[in-house]
Design a protein around this ligand. Structure first.
Ligand code: GLU
Length: 429
């Protein structure tokens, strides 16, 4: 089954607990608009390559569509549609005035030079210019795109528009109108959520062992934030593999330093750094998921916990920082095993929430401090968590379904405020 059909199952499940008109279900069952573009790029050796890119507007009833742009060799339209679908519910749970969108280019950015990457990024904006805009659709970073790429994109848009338009893209460098605190926002949002959950369960943070899959922006910052609070980070991995320490804890910052120097963490951890003393073993990404830990944090890409390995998951809590890391079949297995899954659409919504703050600051031309950003982010994450918990407790359902109940309710209310089949039939009598 396609990723998109699977993603929709999560939403359909939540409808059982809501009053809704079939009209809403019809509207929310497919994207509003899809754009596919071919981007010609002059390569450094003089040859021409044509890359395929997508931008999807899933639904915009709550506001302009919002969501990142992914650069990855495995990008497909099915994936971009799913990611845009998740963004729709993510923005609704966080209570943001945004709908859901997403973009992607089929490319392995690691194989491009910096100049080629810049030409591709500017070329993409030239291709999708009419499809985006501060009050239409606002892109941001996602897997393998970063703030410099967002800076190029905002600059290209502004050049075509012949006016400075920083509010068209979020996740820009701070010097180009980015928000302070956007760098660690996804992780910080997840951190506030897991802190609430640990508090609710009355657990002692220092006793909790954590394994994190993915050491990109979100993976690194969640490791750092939790490590600073005393949680035991025992395993980390990136696309090339991972490391695990049975008796001790890993230091995310020194690992990041090694990764930056050597390009990978596997096998090079701690050489000549402070953690030489810590024994560790090399593990694969698959092995990391099955470790005997308290909290497992998938922080890379989708479809990592599937019916093949769900039965082997030993963590008690799964905190989904990646989008879509757990398949619906795996969800059922984890539920039966009483493993709590804190779903992506809540857990990783800190990123888009600070993107919203960036958009607001750009529109107002008035900028906040890092502390102000954190102070505004925390209550939004805590409210999202409490709303989800309340829906879960009232309906006796798992947290993912509960999160969809909260998000769906807000979107459906807006759709139905314009009238439903029942309303119009009544009037025509
Ligand atoms: N790509 C991020 C996500 O999946 C951020 C989106 C945004 O900031 O608009 O939530």
């Amino acid at each position: 089954m396609s990723l998109f059909e699977n993603a929709k199952k999560q939403f359909y499940k939540s409808l059982k607990y809501l009053n809704f008109s079939e009209d809403s279900k019809k509207i929310l069952s497919q994207p509003k608009e899809i754009l596919e573009v071919s981007i010609p790029v002059r390569m450094d050796d003089g040859s021409l390559e044509v890359f395929t890119g997508y931008r999807v507007h899933y639904n915009n009833i709550l506001g302009p569509t919002k969501g990142g742009i992914r650069y990855h060799p495995d990008v497909t339209l099915d994936e971009v549609k799913s990611l845009a679908f998740w963004m729709t519910f993510k923005c609704a749970i966080a209570g943001l005035p945004f709908g859901g969108g997403k973009g992607g280019i089929i490319v392995d950015p690691k194989k491009l030079s910096k100049k080629e990457l810049e030409r591709l990024s500017r070329g993409f904006i030239q291709s999708i210019y009419d499809f985006i805009g501060p009050d239409i659709d606002v892109p941001a970073p996602d897997v393998y795109t970063n703030e410099m790429i967002m800076g190029w994109m905002a600059d290209e848009y502004s050049k075509i528009a012949r006016k400075l338009t920083p509010e068209v893209i979020t996740g820009k460098p701070v010097s180009l109108g980015g928000s302070l605190g956007r760098d660690d926002a996804t992780a910080r949002g997840a951190y506030y959520v897991i802190k609430e959950h640990v508090k609710k369960l009355k657990l002692n943070e220092k006793d909790l062992k954590v394994a994190i899959q993915g050491f990109g922006n979100a993976g690194f910052y969640i490791a750092k934030l939790l490590n600073d609070d005393g949680f035991q980070i025992v395993a980390l991995s990136d696309s090339k593999g991972g490391i695990y320490t049975k008796n001790g804890k890993l230091d995310p910052e020194s690992i990041m330093k090694v990764k930056e120097q050597k390009g990978k963490m596997e096998g090079v951890y701690c050489k000549g750094t402070v953690c030489d003393m810590i024994e560790h073993e090399k593990i694969t990404n698959e092995e990391l998921l099955e470790l005997d830990v308290d909290i497992l944090i998938p922080s890379a890409i989708e479809n990592q916990i599937t019916k093949k390995n769900a039965d082997k998951i030993k963590a008690k809590i799964v905190l989904e920082i990646a989008n879509g890391p757990t398949t619906p079949e795996a969800d059922e297995i984890l539920n039966k095993k009483n493993i709590t899954v804190i779903p992506d659409i809540l857990a990783n919504s800190g990123g888009v929430t600070v993107s919203y703050f960036e958009w607001v600051q750009n529109k107002a031309g008035y900028y906040w401090t890092r502390e102000e950003v954190s102070e505004k982010l925390k209550p939004i994450m805590v409210k999202g968590y409490n709303d989800m918990m309340e829906a879960a407790e009232n309906n006796k359902i798992d947290l993912r379904t509960a999160a969809y109940v909260v998000g769906s309710r807000r979107i459906i209310e807006a759709i139905e405020a314009k009238g439903t089949t029942a309303y119009f039939r009544e009037q025509s009598k």
